[in-house]
Design a protein. Sequence first.
Length: 237
Amino acid sequence: MAAMARVRNIVVLTGAGVSAESGIDTFRGAGGLWESHRVEDLATTEAFARDPELVLRFYDMRRAAIQTKQPNEAHVAIARLDAEWRGRLLIVTQNVDDLHERGGARRVLHMHGEHLNAWCTACDTRSRWTAPLIERPPCPSCGARAMRPDVVWFGEMPYRMDEIHATLREVDLFVSIGTSGAVYPAAGFVRTARDLGARTLELNFERSQGSAWFDETRLGPATELVPAWVDEILAGA
């Protein structure tokens, strides 16, 4: 990309395509059914109220599966950018796994929550949680049996949106990695960044629904594209 020397503030948005090569299914992939239910139908407050056991079993399965996966070269490369970039960097992820952190990244914001957290709806406390929730264990803070997955469901507001938008107002380079461009508000970040004068880059296995908004699109596996891009930007820093 041109004018790398002028880049100081970067926002990296990551989606399911970053973790797919670690063996984590993409939410909107071809296998989007679980026990004859559409995955989207399990990710709502209405579904949880209607059949909490079904929803908790699904999320318990996902929580257990994530803990068996390992960061891939894309996660490691983003962590290297985090460690070596001296400007401002925010890694906004739509993913609810912890592979960015296990890969070594620290400047990570989980806008859709985390599978390895539980949210107590009684006392509004979030706790690190790696065990099942199906048996309704007590909240470590208040003792109420009112915990649910700390994952943003359809119809709920993503986390820390004010912080994301404040950072986008100052960004020089916005990079979207492994996203579908179908899920808002994240899909609109590229337009916000571009309207404010930032350069925009898409790294994806295939063009996203918002690909036309990017100044540049590079197609291929994240494990190849991301390390190459990180090498490029650090070399020009």
